[in-house]
Design a protein around this ligand. Structure first.
Ligand code: 4NP
Length: 151
């Protein structure tokens, strides 16, 4: 299963989700392609936000090698599932989609927990507590994904 996480900037939520899921899959011995991407070009090729690096490190997850990249239409061909963080990401992915099959791959990440299309809040303009909050949400969702892939 090839999984892509997307958010707006690809420096906070989606690289954290990528790092968390990769770590969980590694622990379970599951091989899977996992990447992340975003829609805004301010931070291309940069590492994640320092607050994301800090919360990841606190939890023993290394995302220092991640480099911000933009979502491209080819991602629909290269991934089986595309998890978005919020409604704006959903609309951005939809803009790139070419057909219904493309959109069938797109899911709200938090739907794996609740079945509902809830958003992972954008932490960029908030403080560090926002990063604790999103880390916990992402971890819960990635636990579910890892469990599903293990079965
Ligand atoms: P992310 O957070 O989408 O979780 O990576 C953001 C990062 C950067 C910006 C907005 C959100 N920005 O406006 O630069």
């Amino acid at each position: 299963m090839k999984i892509l996480f997307v958010c707006l900037g690809n420096i906070c939520r989606s690289p954290l989700a990528e790092g968390i899921l990769k770590s969980k899959l590694k622990k379970r011995g599951i091989q899977s392609k996992v990447e992340s991407a975003g829609f805004e070009s301010y931070h291309i090729n940069e590492p994640p936000d320092p607050r994301a690096l800090k919360i990841a490190e606190k939890h023993g997850i290394d995302i220092t090698e991640n480099k911000c990249r933009l979502f491209v239409a080819d991602d629909f061909d290269n991934f089986d599932v595309i998890y978005v963080m919020d409604t704006s990401n959903y609309r951005d992915v939809q803009y790139f989609s070419r057909n219904d099959d493309d959109m069938d791959k797109v899911k709200y990440l938090l739907s794996v927990i609740s079945g509902k299309n809830k958003s992972v809040p954008d932490p960029y303009y908030g403080g560090e507590s926002g990063f604790e909050n999103i880390f916990n949400l992402l971890e819960e969702a990635c636990d579910k994904i890892a469990e599903t892939l293990d079965n």
